[in-house]
Each structure stands twice: as C-alpha cells, then as structure tokens.
Design a protein around this ligand. Structure first.
Ligand code: AMP
Ligand code: ZN
Length: 497
C-alpha cells in the first residue's frame, strides 16, 4: 500500500499526514450525546462518521483507544437553561432515571446502525472528582476566578498568554478585548463576556449537585471532556472529534481549560464532521425538523414516503464526505437503497464465484488491482468514503461482468481474483461497517422456520398420543411469543401474530 493516511486538521486548517503520538497506537476522543432525549439522524450521522474513522485506524493495524463520553449532567448553556433538568420535570423522572433511559436508547440505535462500541464510554456524573481537581488546577495556575461560589475561566488571560483564543473557530484576542470594553456593563458574575463557568453554584431546586470547595454545585459543560480525555488518553493525545457545531464554544473552551490546567493543547488533530441537513437546514431538535431512527425505520415521519432500513441510512451517510454537509431527502434515500442493494448483491455474488483457472495478467487485471489500491488511497485521503464507494462500484461492474460473461476470466489472474474477494469483503463489512440485511434476516428466518417445523411436529405427536396438556402447552407458549399456529387441511401453518 503506497499511500499514507492524511487528515484535515481543524486546528491548523491543513490536511496533514497522520503521525500518531505513540507508534502503532491511536488515542481518539469523540464528544458523545447529551442524553436528555432521543437521538436524531443528525446525531447518528456524526457517530457513524467517527465509527468509520475508528474502523479505518483498526483496519490499518493500529491499536485504538476510542473514548466517547456520555453527557449525563446539566448541559449548562450560557442562558442558564439546563436541558437535562427540564426533561426530568417534563417526564417526571429522576435525573439518573432520565439519562439511563436515553443512554439505553442511544446504545440500541448505535447497535442497529452497526457502529462499534467505543473502548471506554465515560459518564460525566462518574467523573465529578476529576472535574473538581481540574477546576482546582486551573485556579492554582491563575486561569480562573471564584465569584459567589461559581468558578469562571479567565478567557482573556488565556488568550494573552497563549497568544491565541479561537484557533478552531477563528476568534481573535483583539475581538475579545474590544468586546471587553463594549460589554462590561453586561456582566453579571463574569469579568468578561467570553469567560465561561467551569463550576456553577446550584440553586436550591437544581437536582444534580455535588459538594466542592467552592459551593454545592455542578461542573460546566465543557469541563467533562477536558477531564475525561485527560484521564483516559493523557494530557496530549492524537484525535479529538465532534460535530462542527461543537467547535465553538465547546472545543475552543476545552482547549482553553486544558491549557489552564496542564499548559498544553489536548489533541494534536481536531476533526469536525459536518451537519446533516433536512431541506437545507441543520437537523435539530430545537428547530423541530428532526427524524429519529425509529421513525425512519418504520416510515412514520412526514419527511419520508416509506420505511428505510438501518443499512440504507448507513450507506446514505457513506455517500458524503464526513466534512461536507449532507441533505437528507426521500429521493436521496431511495437512491441509497438501490445502491446498497446493488452493492450487497455484488458482494454476495463475488463470495460465491470461483475462478475457473487459466487467468492471465491483462489490462483488466491491472484495472482491478488499481481499483483495489484505490480503495485504500481514498480512505487514506481524509477518510474519503464517497470516493472509496465510487471505486467500489467500479469493482461491482467488474464482478457482474465476470459473473455474466461480459468479462473473461482469462483476463484476471487467480491471485488478483482472490485479492478482490478478500478486499471487497473487508471494505464492505469491516471498513464501511455494512451488514447484509437480506442475508442476516434470511438466515434467522431459516433457523426459525426449522425450529417451528420441529415444534409443530412435537405438537402433532402429542395430539396423536392424546397428550392434550402438552399439545395445549405448546400452543399457549407459542401464543405468548406471538406465534400463531393454524391447523388446516394441508397441515399446520404458523405466522407471526
Ligand atoms: P448533542 O447530543 O447535542 O451534544 O449532539 C451529539 C453530537 O451530534 C454532536 O457531536 C453534534 O455535533 C452532533 N450533531 C447534532 N446535530 C447534528 C446534525 N444535524 N448533523 C450532524 N451532527 C449533528
Ligand atoms: Zn465534548
């Protein structure tokens, strides 16, 4: 394999060769969901995008530690709204009950979409001590101040010392200083509008709170990622990712906090995935233009004409580069469904084909080898899945050509054919993370059909032996699991009720 992995780094705004901090190892942190409601397709796009990167690093042979957190503590916004507490009030649940419910829901969806579980999934509520320690370190280093039991990060001091604040989002110190002159009258407890809370004193009705040296309160939103990435990946590590709506303020403030606590920038490469749009607008809960995965899988949404399966959604996401916006429409989903089926058919065909022998190295052979190398090159070019998919479809044409006789087996060596079988399978299933839904559904159905045949036979035997209790028990137990059996002239049939 000739090409080397290059990644677009949001920090330097350049595509750079990826050189891990420790040879053979990758440390990767991705901001996880805030678990106060159901994930929507936009969130899924981001997590599937980072799943592809995780898979590609593993495929390249790296040992990857992938940390993706669960934000289960007050999502503190500057307007003071706490999303988790609002949801607990509306749903009449304990905070931990609420976050448990949506964490389970999130995991279910991630599994259905065949995203690999992270190596570590730390929760903010389980890392309060680490967060308090980090606040203390930031205070000790002079980058924060205490006001009425809350602790604020001193953004101006950071910007002056580091020489830059806003590396990711393009904010500059001059703007902040100008703001500080204009906006001083706007201050409540903060010295400067760009300062942000790293510890908040809780009001009496605030349910999620912990003891700290400054007050009974709770950590600021940005702090958990700084504390947990440092704990599990070290003060500096390779990759930090998230949706590009997290660049500012979340990631910018993470960088500031880590600098305040340890004097260094946490991640060396910052990766930002782009937004999923619907009708040209970011899919977002607050805008009301969301589709949830269950709505898509059942077709129960005004935005889709029919149901689309999880793998169609995954295939659809692969069709765009992670850093490009992606507009979801019914037509685009229908096209993705066709593409997905065509790819799966070809994958199945390829697995079943056998080289008849007498293959020679020809132009076709070379073309196939180039396409196979091309898959690696495209993934190494900043995880370019749409281009890798395009190469894959050129291979699909070759596979179908060999199958139906348009292309000659004599023009492909046995070696190249074996390489194609191995590489296509690995990319489709291991790198793209697709599942063959027809195949897996079919296999399960076959097993179930076989089992039902056996059960029906046992029941027939029981009836013939006038063992009515056993025969009735079988029927009743099947009913309990929604399997209905009907005795007819041609024997007994079963259906799902
Ligand atoms: P949240 O739970 O709001 O923190 O979001 C979890 C992840 O989903 C973050 O990385 C967001 O950037 C990402 N996200 C939110 N909305 C979208 C969207 N419309 N398209 C892609 N990613 C999104
Ligand atoms: Zn984060």
């Amino acid at each position: 394999m000739a090409s080397k992995l290059h990644i677009y780094n949001s920090l330097t705004r350049k595509k750079e060769e990826f050189v891990p901090q420790h040879e053979g190892h990758v440390g990767m942190y991705v901001c996880g969901p805030t678990v106060y409601n159901d994930v929507h397709l936009g969130n899924c796009r981001t997590f599937m995008g980072f799943d592809i990167m995780f898979r590609w690093f593993k495929f390249l042979g790296y040992k990857v530690r992938y940390v993706r957190n669960i934000t289960d503590v007050g999502h503190l916004l500057d307007d003071g709204e706490d999303r988790i507490l609002k949801a607990t009030r509306l749903e009449k649940l304990e905070p931990m009950e609420l976050v448990q419910k949506y964490t389970i829901g999130f995991h279910d969806i991630m599994r259905i979409l065949n995203t690999l579980p992270p190596s570590i999934e730390p929760r903010a509520t389980q890392h309060i001590i680490e967060q308090i320690e980090m606040v203390q370190a930031i205070l000790d280093n002079g980058y924060a101040y205490v006001k009425n039991g809350s602790v604020y990060f001193d953004t101006l001091k950071f910007a002056k010392d580091k020489g830059v604040y806003g590396q990711l989002s393009g904010r500059v110190i001059e703007d902040l200083i100008a703001e500080s002159r204009d906006d001083l009258k706007n201050q409540d407890e903060k010295n400067h509008p760009a300062d942000f809370a790293i510890w908040m004193k809780a009001s009496p009705e605030h349910l999620q709170h912990w003891n700290s040296p400054w007050s009974v309160g709770f950590p600021g939103w940005h702090l958990e990622c700084s504390a947990m990435s440092t704990k599990y990946l070290g003060q500096t590590f390779d990759i930090h990712g998230g949706g590009n709506d997290l660049k500012f303020p979340h990631h910018e403030n993470e960088i500031a906090q880590n600098y305040g606590a340890c004097g260094c920038t946490p991640a060396r490469y910052w990766l930002h995935s782009n937004m999923l749009l619907m009708n040209g607008r970011k899919m977002s809960k607050s805008d009301g233009n969301t589709i949830t995965p269950p709505q898509l899988f059942t077709g129960d949404s005004p935005h889709v004409s029919k149901a689309y399966s999880p793998m169609v959604l995954r295939f659809f996401s692969l069709q765009a580069h992670y850093a490009s916006p992606l507009d979801i429409t019914d037509d685009a989903l229908a096209a993705a469904e066709k593409g997905y089926k065509r790819l799966m058919e070809a994958t199945r065909t390829l697995a079943g084909l056998k080289h008849p022998g007498n293959g020679n190295a020809s132009a076709l052979d070379k073309e196939i080898l180039d396409l196979l190398d091309g898959l690696y090159d495209e993934m190494n070019d900043d995880f370019n899945t749409p281009k890798a998919l395009a190469k894959m479809f050129e291979l699909v044409t070759k596979i179908n050509g060999l199958k139906d006789g348009h292309l000659s087996w004599n023009d492909v060596t046995e070696e190249t054919f074996a390489k194609m079988q191995e590489t296509v399978k690995a990319f489709v299933f291991d790198v793209f993370g697709l599942l063959d839904e027809m195949e897996s559904g079919g296999r399960e159905f076959k097993v179930m059909d076989g089992l039902m045949e056996l059960i029906i036979e046992l029941r027939q035997n029981a009836r013939q032996n006038k063992d009515w209790p056993t025969a009735d028990k079988i029927r009743d137990k099947l009913n309990e699991v929604n399997v209905v059996i009907k005795d007819g002239k041609d024997g007994t049939e079963w259906t799902l009720g």
